[in-house]
Each structure stands twice: as structure tokens, then as C-alpha cells.
Design a protein around this ligand. Structure first.
Ligand code: C5P
Length: 222
């Protein structure tokens, strides 16, 4: 576009799943495709931003002109984000970070022995909350994938994680979200009086949704 509302800004965006190893051949992960995060990175670049994409394992090709850091685990994703975040104006946490990792990764392939087995899991760091808790935090945007009470949980997450904006979608509708090429979301933010505001983004391609999210962000900045 002829307008470049994000010129001069550095955006750091996480995308995709994380992969938490169990042993040398197995892992815990989720169905995130990375499409929404990659669409945000491509559109942010198009709108004039300098973009760093921190990506978990996906099938996608990084957008041209976007610095892409490939990671596997949540710990690696946090370390990669921290290596670039000091210069960021905006952080968008779009990755589906695994909430838990293995307490211990087995050094050798686990053998089947018993009828039952248990894996001990420990909580992963919350990358978005960690960035938002920095001393001079960038403007932080989160995503909330919910199957019920979408507005309630999104508003709660906005406040609890100290975000500037959250994009919420209803993942119980399988025609949108996850591996889909289209999406529909509701954006939530607080106005200068602290009153919750919201804007529904009608079903559209992830590229179009990404552009609308980024343009709303520039409105919040002004
Ligand atoms: O609490 P919940 O996982 O639903 O929050 C989702 C938001 O937080 C997303 O923006 C996601 O990228 C981010 N997140 C994160 N690190 C985690 C968990 C979630 O950055 N460990």
C-alpha cells in the first residue's frame, strides 16, 4: 500500500506451535499451523515495519524480508524473543506455546514396559506475560483461542497479562482458526479511561484479518 503506517517500527511476532521433547524420537505439541502469525509478519512487513518472526516448527515459508528465527521448544522461543525484544516497539504473541514440558527429557528412547506409564510435566514460562512484565515493555498483543465464554476469558487475559490488545477467536468453530486459511476474531482493548472496547472482525482471509489487527494497533498507538 502507498501508506506505511508501521514504518520505523520493529515488530516481534511469535508463531506456530512449540515442540517439547519426551525422548530423542518423541515430543508433545499441538495443531497450530503458524498461518496467522506468518500472515501477521507478512502484512507488518508490507505496512512498512521491520519484522522479526520467531517461529516454532511449521510447514510454511518465511515471508520475504522478514528476519526469521526458527525454534523448537518454549524455552528456545523465550530465549530467541529475549535476544531481540529490547529494540521492539510491538510484540505480538501468536504462537501456541505448549503450556507444559517434560520435567526430564529421557536421554535414550523410552521402551514400552508396563501397561500404564506416566510422564511428569512442568509449566512452561509464559512468553507474552514475561515480555509484558519488562521495565519498558513494547506494546503487547495476545491471542486467545477459546471454546466458550470468549469475551469473558479474553477480557480477563487482557488485564491479567497486561496487554494492550487481545484478539479472540472461537476455536469450537472448525471452519476458522487452526489450520484454516480464514479466520474471524473479536479485538478487545481498554480505552484511555480503562473501559473495555471491542471490535468484531468478520470472517476473512488470515491476510485480511492480519492487516485489520495491525491497523487497529496503529490506532491504539495514536
Ligand atoms: O493463556 P493462554 O495460553 O490462552 O494465552 C494465549 C496468549 O498467550 C497467546 O497470545 C500466546 O501466544 C501467549 N502465550 C505465551 N506463552 C505461553 C502461553 C501463551 O506467549 N507459555
Amino acid at each position: 500500500p502507498s501508506d506505511a503506517p508501521l514504518r520505523g517500527q520493529h515488530l516481534v511476532i511469535t508463531a506456530g506451535p512449540t515442540r517439547e521433547p519426551i525422548d530423542p524420537v518423541r515430543y508433545l505439541s499441538n495443531h497450530s499451523s503458524g498461518k496467522m502469525g506468518y500472515a501477521l509478519a507478512a502484512q507488518a512487513k508490507r505496512l512498512g515495519a521491520e519484522v522479526t518472526l520467531v517461529s516454532g516448527p511449521t510447514q510454511l515459508t518465511p515471508p520475504a524480508g522478514v528476519r526469521t528465527l526458527q525454534v523448537e521448544t518454549a524455552a528456545e522461543m523465550l530465549a530467541a524473543v529475549e535476544s531481540v525484544i529490547a529494540s521492539a516497539d510491538v510484540f505480538i504473541g501468536c504462537a501456541a506455546v505448549a503450556d507444559y514440558r517434560l520435567a526430564e527429557v529421557a536421554p535414550q528412547k523410552l521402551k514400552k514396559q508396563h501397561e500404564n506409564m506416566q510422564l511428569e510435566l512442568v509449566r512452561n514460562p509464559d512468553i507474552l506475560a514475561t515480555v509484558a512484565a519488562r521495565q519498558n515493555p513494547p506494546l503487547c498483543v495476545g491471542f486467545a483461542a477459546e471454546t466458550q465464554a470468549v469475551a469473558h476469558y479474553a477480557a480477563d487475559k487482557l488485564k491479567r497479562k497486561k496487554l494492550s490488545m487481545i484478539a479472540a477467536n472461537d476455536v469450537s468453530d472448525s471452519s476458522i482458526g487452526f489450520n484454516s486459511d480464514s479466520n474471524a476474531m473479536t479485538l478487545f482493548w481498554q480505552d484511555t479511561n480503562g473501559t473495555l472496547q471491542q471490535r468484531a472482525l468478520e470472517r476473512a482471509s488470515k491476510a485480511q484479518i492480519a492487516e485489520q489487527i495491525l491497523r487497529q494497533l496503529t490506532v491504539l498507538q495514536s
